[in-house]
Design a protein around this ligand. Structure first.
Ligand code: SAH
Ligand code: SF4
Ligand code: F3S
Length: 438
């Protein structure tokens, strides 16, 4: 049988979807290949959250032309969020006529059928479902063997932040039934996985659409009981929905990690309102204060956007001020980018590119200083590290994370992979810590 290569763009949701695509292909008898030149099937799992993500997909597709010329039997498929945009499937086929297959986020479970149709008749297949069907369970998932696994708990998003395209390309919120999630996590535990990361665009909404009302805090409690799973993480949570009960649940849990990724997006109430985020800067600061009171050793990370329409120097100053007050462990920073079909794309007062660039540089400089200072606070302390594997490019070092999610490198034997070991931190860098076993 043939070889496949999957190129994934975008977030963990997409990474995890690619594990399903790989699972389907391997069930069909295909094997993975690292070298794209050798593949018989190439799939691009795309992202469209910002224009830069789309540019990457287009340039990658352009480079595949020569491969198709050399090997006309090569099957090239494009799927993922980008294909769900109106008119995009035909645009892809028009610009890159050598693409054989285009499918969307709601029908990736049909991959086998599409490939059979293509190899039978050498026809093109373009199939995008405008909205999701019911959740398909039991799909094969090809996870990298190891320590940590992603588990989807819900699909889609109902929040409609005014800048964001995700609700349009991923559909409305749908929660997986708790029994399905628990069964999946139990199987992962049996297969040696030690850590799970629960995935959803807004995990705090989990369960709102289920017949049996069961919320995210309750789901965490049930997953906590599963033996041999040592750590539970989740992403992403929405600051608006992060209630006291959830903080209490996390505080009383021994497995749910004390890492709070709470995308703030902006520090000005005017901008937060225009973004439709549903909280004020005061709400956000209160939430952070509560978390720090209940769990003083927790890490707090965030996503921040600059240059949203109408953002003045003063609004931006409020973002900087919030960053100084919270002192995030780290932050993903983005320049606002117009996405067609979103309410923000029609807003007046789009910020000039030059201002956006200056603002992001100022923000990154501030945050990098804080990130390094926060990391330095760990020097001298001993952290419990779940060893994930060997460090890339330096095999003498192992890598793993502390409960707060900080990446730590230290010298050690391969046999430690999958174990939790105490590591004394000796040196702090911007993105990671270095230490040695104690
Ligand atoms: N559901 C998650 C992640 C959404 S996408 C959440 O709500 O946090 C990840 C990040 O991309 C967002 O947090 C936001 O900061 C950024 N983002 C989304 N749309 C964007 C846009 N149009 N321009 C720039 N950044 C954007
Ligand atoms: Fe986008 Fe907002 Fe949903 Fe996150 S919560 S995916 S930013 S609409
Ligand atoms: Fe993720 Fe990009 Fe889609 S961020 S949900 S892959 S648009």
């Amino acid at each position: 049988m043939g070889l496949y290569h999957i190129k994934t763009f975008g977030c963990q949701m997409n990474e995890h979807d690619s594990e399903i695509l790989a699972g389907i292909l391997e069930k069909m008898g295909y094997a993975p290949v690292h070298d794209v030149d050798k593949a018989d099937i190439i799939l691009l799992n795309t992202c469209c959250v910002r224009e830069t993500a789309e540019h990457k997909v287009f340039s990658y597709l352009g480079r595949l032309r020569s491969l198709k010329e050399k090997n006309p039997d090569l099957i090239i498929g494009v799927c993922g969020c980008m294909t769900q945009q109106e008119g995009m499937a035909s645009r892809i086929r028009h610009l890159f006529p050598y693409v054989d297959l285009v499918f969307g986020t709601h029908n990736l479970h049909r991959l086998e059928e599409y490939l059979t149709r293509i190899s039978g008749a050498r026809e093109h297949v373009v199939e995008i479902w405008p909205s999701p069907g019911s959740i398909t369970e039991g799909l094969p998932i090809k996870r990298k063997a190891g320590v940590s696994a992603w588990v989807t708990i819900m699909y889609g998003c109902n929040n409609y932040c005014t800048y964001c395209i995700v609700p349009y390309v991923r559909g409305r919120e749908r929660s997986r039934r708790p029994e399905e999630i628990i069964a999946e996590v139990k199987a992962l535990a049996q297969n040696g996985f030690k850590e799970i990361t629960l995935l959803g665009q807004n995990v705090n909404s989990y369960g709102k659409d289920l017949e049996e009302r069961l919320d995210f805090a309750e789901l965490l409690k049930r997953l906590e009981e599963i033996e041999r799973i040592e750590r539970i993480r989740y992403m992403t949570s929405h600051p608006r929905d992060f209630n006291d009960q959830l903080i209490e649940t996390i505080a009383s849990s021994s497995k749910v990690c004390e890492h709070f990724h709470l995308p703030v997006q902006a520090g000005s109430n005017k901008i937060l309102k225009k973004m439709n985020r549903g909280y004020t800067r005061e709400d956000y600061l209160n939430l952070v204060a509560k978390i720090k009171t209940v769990l003083p050793r927790s890490t707090i990370t965030t996503d921040i956007m600059v240059g949203f329409p109408g953002e003045t120097d003063d609004d931006f100053e409020q973002t900087l001020d919030l960053v100084r007050q919270v002192r995030f462990d780290s932050a993903y920073t983005f320049i606002y980018n117009t996405r067609q079909g979103t309410p923000a794309s029609k807003m007046a007062e789009q910020v000039p590119e030059e201002n956006k660039r200056q603002r992001i540089q100022t923000l990154i400089r501030l945050q990098n200083g804080i990130s390094l200072e926060k990391n330095r606070e760990y020097v001298g302390s001993t952290e419990e590290i779940l060893v994930e594997g060997k460090k890339v490019k330096d095999e003498l070092y192992l890598c793993g994370r502390n409960r707060g999610g900080k990446m730590v490198f230290f010298p050690g034997e391969e046999s430690l992979i999958g174990q939790i070991v105490p590591v004394k931190i000796e040196k702090a860098h911007l993105t990671h810590l270095v230490g040695c076993r104690v």
